[in-house]
Write a protein that binds this ligand. Structure first.
Ligand SMILES: N[C@@H](CCC[C@H](N)C(=O)O)C(=O)O
Length: 284
């Protein structure tokens, strides 16, 4: 089998993009995706993203993604910006928005996202509403109809105060004094596989630098330590606002660079703005 692909990255969170527009099912299996993501024996990436035909009205395409461990998450913030750039590079015409900028409407397992192509090359994504109930995360840290905000969680012999937010996919956020001192590879897997998270979790460790500046390191479900996580940055801003640590608009500083996140007061939705760049194309 020969597969054409293009590699993209959003702040170093990197993905293999596949033009799957002719078929509603991904053209490779999760285990093949895992092999392609291998950084020593494959192409190397945090995940594989498929541009699939639309199945919902008023959408242009459908995005699905496999993590580098072959699991399938509901959504990927950096990945969906890369998909916008991929569609542009494939010559897919955009819709024109009220403000005259190009847009795509993309269906994901977490709902429909609107992507706006900005004149400076960045992509702005309407990431939708955060979900906070225990049943929505999902987590058993609180009741199904309750919120887990600043609740204690015991991991690796230490008690961490955590806040849980779903952006379609689960996030567990904890604020620390010094984010660089966190042993990500040591404790990340313990958070990810903690029994209070039945679908595992992404975990964000956050240092507050100011009310509009948070520094973040992430351990992703199914991908480990990555250089950036868009859904994680959105979930972090929500956790920061809910715990009174930051304003509703902030720069989230990630190892791969900054993301601008806004939690709109008027519509309650999260807006993420950041870069997405083509790295190379190939055939395997
Ligand atoms: N890096 C992504 C998130 C990808 C999915 C995540 N690993 C999960 O399993 O939920 C982002 O930018 O949001």
């Amino acid at each position: 089998m020969t597969l054409e692909f293009t590699k993209y990255q959003g702040l170093g969170n990197d993905f293999i993009l596949i033009d799957n527009r002719q078929n509603p099912e991904p053209m490779i299996t999760p285990s093949q995706a895992e092999q392609l993501c291998d950084r020593n024996f494959g192409i190397g990436a945090d995940g594989v993203i498929f541009a699939l035909p639309p199945t919902e009205p008023d959408t242009d395409y459908t995005m699905r993604i496999y993590n580098s461990d072959a699991s399938e998450p509901e959504m990927c913030g950096n990945g969906i910006r890369c998909l916008a750039r991929f569609l542009v590079d494939l010559g897919v015409p955009t819709r024109s928005s009220a403000t005259g900028t190009g847009e795509y409407r993309i269906q994901t397992l977490a709902g429909v996202m609107t992507l706006t192509l900005k004149s400076d090359g960045q992509v702005r994504v309407d990431m939708g509403l955060p979900r906070l109930l225990g049943s929505e995360i999902p987590t058993t840290l609180c009741g199904p109809e309750e919120k887990a905000v600043n609740v204690p969680l015991s991991v690796a012999g230490k008690t961490w105060d955590v806040t849980c937010v779903s952006m379609g996919n689960p996030h567990c956020i904890t604020f620390v004094e010094d984010v660089d001192a966190v042993d990500l590879a040591g404790i990340g897997p313990e958070f990810e596989n903690h029994p209070v998270f039945p679908k595992r979790t992404n975990t964000e460790f956050i240092q507050v630098m100011g009310r509009s500046h948070l520094k973040m390191r992430v351990w992703e479900r199914g991908a480990g330590a990555t250089l950036a996580c868009g859904t994680g940055a959105c979930a972090t801003l929500v956790a920061g606002v809910l715990t009174g640590r930051c304003d509703r608009q902030a720069t989230i500083e990630l190892p791969g660079g900054p993301l601008n996140i806004e939690w709109s007061e008027s519509d309650g939705r999260l807006y993420m703005t950041g870069p997405a760049e083509r790295v190379f194309s190939g055939r395997i």
